[in-house]
Design a protein around this ligand. Structure first.
Ligand code: HEC
Ligand code: HEC
Ligand code: HEC
Ligand code: HEC
Ligand code: HEC
Ligand code: HEC
Ligand code: HEC
Ligand code: HEC
Length: 473
């Protein structure tokens, strides 16, 4: 279970060296980089210049870098921040060198090809594509207005986008004519950021700071910046699940700092988000495409299969079937659980998705379509029915599905299924019935007809097997 003695020795030497280097640099004022190290760390002359200033300018950042594998691998400031004056629009001269402040997936891909390619082909990298969605209209219009301006965006954007959506989803980072980054989109480490070099995403969404510490990126809190709250309560679900409980109790035994981190070999107590979605098992390599182990996409009003969802974005991973993805996740679970346990879990989970889809989501979506011609005014969210449906499908419906996916019975039932049913029966149907009744009395023949169609839809729903309990005597 321990690191091999050889690696332990090397690591200890490196740590000792780093400690000594820090001590010496404090005593002599020299930089760690200038010391000709036994670990053969060779710092380029450009980085040496960066370090001389930044040791004073940004001392903590400098120390983080000094504790990183990059430092130990002779990768310095310049190796990451260097830019090409001719081809990088955000290149600017900085004390004699051309640099870019952003270090994008394309920059990292020079040395980490596989991780960058996997990430760039994942839904994470495309999470900036939210334009036109219901939530997008909420951010621009309903909750916000166009009151934030910059040279790159004279038409103005909503502070709700800047401080909310874009910080999780990412925005298009613009560069002004002097090579400066648009303050509306920098700082921003949104996971689907659109960078000036056209690459998508930010490795810094998860790998925060300059230390690139494994224990940080494997920790559930890393994902919890974005995956939390009523729309996507994965963090809360995990905390409430047995897995989260056991993790919390045994965190000190998890060896999260180790280079090699294979479940069942390097740690056994509990899985973190990374364990199930990213990290290695004895059967699987790590993956930076977090979609390759999940079989459902539960984000829309109606759940669809993960490969089908990838087809809508035309991602390469559309060719990886949902069954193959499920087999991969299975191999993670099987490190700790037996075959029956895992198969039965998937039966329980699938049944929840089917129930939600068939009883509420599909009929609800159909009724909403019938209600569209009756909405007055027609702007999204100007009618209460839009809010009711948004909450049923995007909040309560997500809680129910996520609760079942990752084992929080409270989310599945009281924050999910219960609220779906409650809003469906005491808000959604009555409001639709009111709209239909009003339209049926209209002078306008088209409107009367649409009202009748909606009334018929409601009657059919009432008569259906799942819903007729309400009208039984
Ligand atoms: C002569 C001192 C000096 C040198 C040499 C130097 N820097 Fe800086 N750097 C600064 C100061 C001061 C700031 C903060 C003010 C500014 O942005 O100019 C800064 C800011 C930065 C920023 C942030 C810019 C922004 O847009 O927010 C980056 C990135 C950076 N330096 C990287 C580097 C790299 C990489 C090198 C080496 C190639 C380097 N620096 C060399 C002094 C220096
Ligand atoms: C492994 C690559 C890498 C190395 C090595 C690296 N940086 Fe960075 N740096 C980044 C990334 C990534 C960001 C985040 C920028 C973004 O949003 O894309 C960043 C951001 C910055 C910023 C702006 C962020 C802030 O908090 O102000 C400064 C300044 C900076 N780096 C300076 C340095 C200096 C100085 C060094 C060397 C001591 C260095 N960097 C080494 C990748 C690197
Ligand atoms: C010029 C090459 C180079 C660039 C550019 C670079 N890296 Fe690295 N990276 C390395 C080397 C070398 C190591 C050390 C490998 C080792 O020690 O096994 C490393 C290590 C890492 C590790 C630690 C792996 C571990 O086992 O703990 C992470 C994470 C990482 N890099 C992420 C990034 C990210 C993110 C970027 C871009 C922001 C980046 N790197 C840019 C060369 C680079
Ligand atoms: C706290 C971070 C966060 C904020 C803020 C946020 N989102 Fe999201 N959003 C997410 C996450 C995480 C998901 C994935 C949900 C899941 O997997 O259950 C998501 C999902 C979505 C989806 C569904 C994507 C799909 O594939 O169907 C849309 C659309 C969306 N968000 C738009 C927005 C808009 C617009 C805003 C601003 C009003 C916003 N989000 C604010 C984190 C956030
Ligand atoms: C969604 C969060 C997330 C994002 C975004 C992310 N990483 Fe990682 N990365 C991880 C996790 C978690 C690990 C640790 C895997 C393990 O257990 O060894 C990791 C590990 C790594 C490693 C160590 C080697 C390996 O593959 O395990 C490298 C190198 C790396 N990441 C580079 C990158 C680069 C480059 C990017 C951007 C293109 C990036 N990462 C974006 C979460 C992320
Ligand atoms: C900066 C915000 C952010 C962080 C940090 C983040 N995610 Fe995500 N994640 C998102 C958004 C937004 C989506 C929805 C993308 C979409 O489908 O449009 C998403 C989607 C996903 C999906 C569904 C992928 C698919 O193909 O359907 C998984 C699984 C996931 N994230 C896991 C993780 C894990 C595990 C971590 C931490 C290691 C993490 N995420 C960190 C924002 C984030
Ligand atoms: C025990 C393993 C495990 C752990 C730990 C775990 N997940 Fe999951 N996750 C799953 C499974 C299983 C699914 C459903 C897979 C499927 O649809 O086949 C899932 C689904 C997801 C999804 C897809 C959402 C959607 O649209 O259905 C996201 C996002 C996600 N997890 C993020 C996280 C985050 C963030 C954490 C940590 C806070 C986490 N997971 C912890 C196993 C895990
Ligand atoms: C690192 C080990 C580990 C991995 C990997 C793991 N689990 Fe678990 N799981 C546990 C532990 C520990 C418990 C608590 C068991 C107990 O109470 O005996 C648990 C409990 C459960 C429970 C019972 C929940 C409850 O409330 O009683 C289910 C269901 C479950 N796991 C399913 C899964 C699935 C599905 C996967 C893969 C997606 C998975 N586990 C991956 C360690 C793991």
């Amino acid at each position: 279970m321990d690191e091999p003695r050889f690696i332990r020795l090397v690591n200890n030497c490196a740590r000792l060296f780093l400690l000594l280097a820090t001590q010496i640099s404090i005593l002599t004022g020299s930089t760690a980089a200038q010391i000709d190290s036994p670990g053969r760390i060779r710092i380029s002359k450009q980085t040496d210049a960066c370090v001389k200033c930044h040791k004073e300018e940004t001392p903590a950042l400098y120390q983080q870098w000094g504790s990183s594998k990059h430092f130990r691998g002779s990768i310095g400031c310049f190796e990451c921040h260097r830019a090409n004056k001719a081809t990088d629009v955000d290149a600017h001269e900085h004390h004699g060198e051309y640099i870019a402040t952003l270090v994008t997936p394309k920059d990292c891909s020079r040395c980490h090809k596989r991780e960058a390619a996997e990430f760039s082909g994942s839904r994470h990298a495309f999470a900036g594509n939210v334009e036109g969605s219901d939530a997008d209209i909420l951010s621009r219009q309903v909750c916000g207005n166009r009151s934030m301006f910059s040279n790159s965006r004279p038409q103005g954007v909503s502070p709700v986008q800047v401080n909310g959506c874009w910080q999780c989803h990412g925005a298009e980072v613009k560069v002004d004519s002097r090579g400066r980054l648009d303050p509306l989109t920098y700082p921003n480490s949104g996971i689907g950021r659109i960078n000036p070099d056209k690459s998508r995403g930010a490795c810094s969404s998860c790998h925060s700071g300059h230390s690139y510490a494994s224990e940080q990126v494997r920790h559930p809190n890393t994902c919890g910046k974005c995956h939390l709250g009523p729309d996507h309560p994965q963090s809360e679900v995990y905390k409430a699940s047995k897995h989260g409980i056991v993790f919390k109790a045994h965190q000190s035994e998890m060896n999260m700092h180790k280079t090699k981190w294979i479940v069942g070999e390097d740690y056994v107590a509990a899985p973190t988000c990374a364990t199930c979605h990213i990290s290695a098992t004895t059967q699987l390599a790590t993956t930076h495409n977090v979609g390759t182990r999940i079989s459902w996409n539960n984000r829309g009003a109606v759940s669809i299969r993960a490969d089908e969802a990838d087809r809508l974005l035309n991602l390469e991973s559309q060719n990886l079937s949902w069954k193959a993805r499920r087999r991969r996740m299975n191999s993670v679970c099987r490190t700790c659980h037996d075959k029956n346990w895992v198969e039965n879990f998937y039966m329980q989970y699938d049944a929840q998705i089917e129930l939600y889809n068939e009883k509420f989501a599909k009929p609800g979506r159909k009724l909403m379509q019938l209600a569209i011609p009756l909405r007055r005014p027609s702007e999204p969210f100007s009618n209460s029915i839009d809010w009711i449906w948004f909450e049923i499908s995007q909040r309560h419906g997500r809680a129910a599905r996520t609760g079942a996916a990752m084992m929080s019975p409270s989310h599945a039932q009281w924050q999910g299924n219960y609220k779906v049913a409650k809003d469906f029966y005491i808000k959604f149907i009555p409001e639709l019935a009111r709209m239909a009744g009003k339209a049926m009395k209209s002078q306008d023949a088209n409107r009367r007809q649409a009202g009748m169609a909606l009334r018929e839809g409601l009657d059919n729903l009432q008569a259906s097997e799942d819903h007729k309990w309400r009208t039984m005597k």
